[in-house]
Design a protein around this ligand. Structure first.
Ligand SMILES: NC(=O)c1ccc[n+]([C@@H]2O[C@H](COP(=O)([O-])OP(=O)(O)OC[C@H]3O[C@@H](n4cnc5c(N)ncnc54)[C@H](O)[C@@H]3O)[C@@H](O)[C@H]2O)c1
Length: 252
């Protein structure tokens, strides 16, 4: 059985990635801070005939990450794929941004990715197993709205961490790539208690050259491609945004 480990897999894009890999015969192991979301996600995978396990924990804490990876290896064996998906934002006016909020966003989005990647890569190297690491960054690594400093900085750093790790781990046959999603609608991918049906205006859709807002499945499908079908691709940042960032805008 192939094994995919996914952070933030309880809800949103991470849940869609978990479902997609489980449907393609991976055992999936999830780390998420939300126990309710994890239980729902695991139940769905089991009902569909897949295999999953999870641990409730904080991706920013090495003890949680290491315990999760050790449990995963004991139950499923060494991972083939890691998706670093857990992420938070604390946006607001830059002049009021606290040191605590800045540090927390960096701790979850960047340190969490480093901890998971190092833990998984050490196990892949020990098992002499080739593998793929996929870091979920954001188009906000490349462009900004006002008041997104901590989040944008964390995602820009993720893109740099991606090419750095790709160079370090290449000799071990571990490829490392980033995906930068644009606007991906996740309101219908939250845990049942919070899920709601999204409503998009015509302007929401037509601002994207492809004519719609993104779906979690757009990202999940790309993760599987980068995991399995992309043997000559490493250190890259794949922008998946329906063309939003390549569209030139002039004020009217
Ligand atoms: N939705 C978008 O439009 C969009 C766009 C660009 C990038 N992204 C990135 O995609 C990833 C997933 O985003 P989403 O929209 O699905 O978010 P989401 O909030 O719907 O899901 C994130 C999941 O991560 C978990 N999580 C949060 N902090 C955690 C922690 N410290 N430890 C473990 N788990 C934690 C949450 O409990 C949740 O289940 C994030 O990295 C986000 O920055 C999302």
């Amino acid at each position: 059985m192939k094994v995919a480990v996914i952070t933030g897999g309880g809800q949103g894009i991470g849940r869609a990635i978990a479902y997609h890999f489980a449907a393609h015969d991976y055992g999936v192991s999830l780390l998420d801070s939300d126990a309710e979301a994890l239980a729902e996600c695991a139940e769905h995978i089991e009902k569909a005939g897949g295999r999953s396990m999870y641990r409730v924990g904080d991706v920013a804490r090495r003890a949680d990450v290491e315990d999760w990876l050790a449990q995963t290896e004991a139950n499923f064996g060494a991972a083939d794929v890691l998706v670093n998906n857990a992420g938070i934002l604390r946006n607001g006016p830059f002049l009021d941004l606290s040191e605590e909020d800045f540090d927390r966003v960096l701790a979850v989005n960047l340190r969490g990715t480093f901890l998971s990647a190092q833990g998984v890569a050490r196990r892949m190297v020990a098992a002499k197993k080739p593998g793929a690491i996929i870091n979920i960054a954001s188009t906000r690594a490349l462009m900004s709205e006002p008041g997104t400093e901590a989040y944008s900085a964390s995602k820009g750093a993720l893109v740099a961490l991606t090419h750095a790790m790709a160079v370090s781990l290449g000799a071990h046959r571990i490829r490392v790539n980033a995906i930068s999603p644009g606007w991906i609608e996740v309101s219908d991918w939250q845990k049942a208690r919070l899920a709601r049906t999204p409503v998009h205006s015509e302007a929401d859709k037509t601002q994207h050259p492809v004519g719609r807002v993104g779906r979690p499945s757009d990202i999940a499908e790309a993760c599987l491609f980068l995991a399995e079908g992309a043997g000559f691709i490493t250190g890259q940042n794949l922008v998946i945004d329906g063309g939003m960032t390549i569209r030139m805008i002039y004020a009217e």
